[in-house]
Design a protein around this ligand. Structure first.
Ligand code: ADP
Length: 347
């Protein structure tokens, strides 16, 4: 059951100087976010990720297409009805956006006050939320007395206060160090699993997606260029730009500088074999190469794990007659993904 559906959604900003080109921030995006997903949206800065989130949150109107949230077409709603939709969506930010002059308790209580809750109910709910994010002992502290990770936990408690069914996280871990990032991601995982909240996480950090997301959409220049199950997109990205993204975090894919070193050190044709769980016998690759009388050497590789499912890349330098190498690679390529690294012969 999709909780958010975008159909051919576009967002165009008028040109800043009259007569100039319009700015297309989101360009014909179609995607479905299922209830219970942790849906990652990845892309370089300027790709249109934040704009997409503001559209889902109904903070800005789309210029084209339709957006439904929880079965309601929000592109057709008026401001008063939109406020109700926004109430079902929590949001956390890169810079936390806490009120610095208010205590942790007051920050978390804020949306409840706005929603008109009674004081005793607010007190009980705030205590429950602070317990959930592990900050019961910081209720009276002020944001400046907290670490970045603690501030984001307050942000999460505040975003969850009114019990939203969707949580939007816009670069929520980008200001945090790697250790703290993982603590916050663990907490978001609990928000998803224990509270059944659907999470949409926007980031330029591929490892965030790899750690927490179940689905991913890759954005470039306002468009979604690839989307699907995280394991599928990470183990076999189809689009050239997604391959570039994925290559930066996936183990076993040599960087351009590492490739240069490999070429320097090894003679033969450099070929990467990509294995995914469920692939037929991996040993057969080596049997095929050896049976054909080819000489080979393992030069690079790595195994990845995405929520318990493995995939890996192994690069070999293969030496032998070109025609024989071509024939064997074609045979193996019928079973698993085989990528010859351009440049062919190395000396
Ligand atoms: P991302 O979140 O991926 O970094 P954004 O959604 O912030 O990307 O921006 C996408 C494009 O839209 C950028 O080129 C940006 O300059 C432009 N843009 C975003 N918001 C506005 C706005 N309010 N007015 C004009 N252009 C905007």
């Amino acid at each position: 059951m999709p909780i958010v559906t975008l159909s051919n959604v576009s967002k165009t900003y008028p040109s800043p100087n009259s007569g100039g080109q319009e700015m297309v921030a989101v360009d014909d995006v179609t995607l479905e976010i299922e209830k219970g997903d942790v849906f990652g949206i990845i892309g370089y800065s300027g790709a249109g990720k934040s704009t997409l989130v503001r559209l889902i949150n109904a903070l800005e109107p789309a210029t084209g297409g339709t957006i439904t949230v929880d079965g309601v077409d929000i592109t057709a709603l008026r401001e008063r009805e939109l406020r109700k939709v926004r109430g079902g969506i929590g949001m956390i930010f890169q810079q936390f956006n806490l009120f610095s002059a208010q205590s942790v308790r007051a920050n978390v209580a804020y949306p409840l006050k706005l929603a008109g809750w009674a004081k005793t109910d607010i007190d009980a709910r705030v205590a429950e939320l602070l317990d959930f994010v592990g900050l019961s002992d910081k209720a009276k502290s002020y944001p400046e007395q907290l670490s970045g990770g603690q501030k984001q936990r307050v942000g999460i408690a505040r975003a969850l206060a009114t019990g939203p069914s969707i949580l939007l996280a816009d670069e929520a871990t980008s200001a945090l160090d790697p250790q703290t990032t993982h603590e916050v991601l663990d907490l978001l995982k609990r928000v998803n699993e224990e509270h059944g909240v659907t999470i949409v996480i926007i980031t330029h950090e591929m490892d965030v997606i790899q750690t927490i997301a179940t689905k991913v959409a890759v954005m470039e220049a306002g468009r979604v260029i690839e989307q699907g199950d995280v394991y599928e997109v990470f183990s076999a990205p189809q689009n050239h730009a997604s391959q570039r993204f994925v290559g930066t975090v996936v183990k076993g894919v040599p960087s351009p500088s590492e490739l240069a070193v490999l070429r320097e050190r090894h003679t033969g044709r450099l070929v990467t074999f990509s294995f995914r769980d469920g692939d037929s016998s991996q040993a057969q690759v080596f049997v095929d190469l050896a049976t054909a009388g080819l000489d080979f050497e393992l030069v690079y590789g790595g195994i990845n794990d995405i929520r318990g499912r493995a995939f890996g890349h192994l690069t070999l330098a293969i030496r032998g007659e070109n025609a024989t190498v071509d024939r064997v690679l074609a045979e193996i390529g019928a079973r698993i993904e085989v990528t010859e690294i351009a440049g062919e012969e190395t000396r």
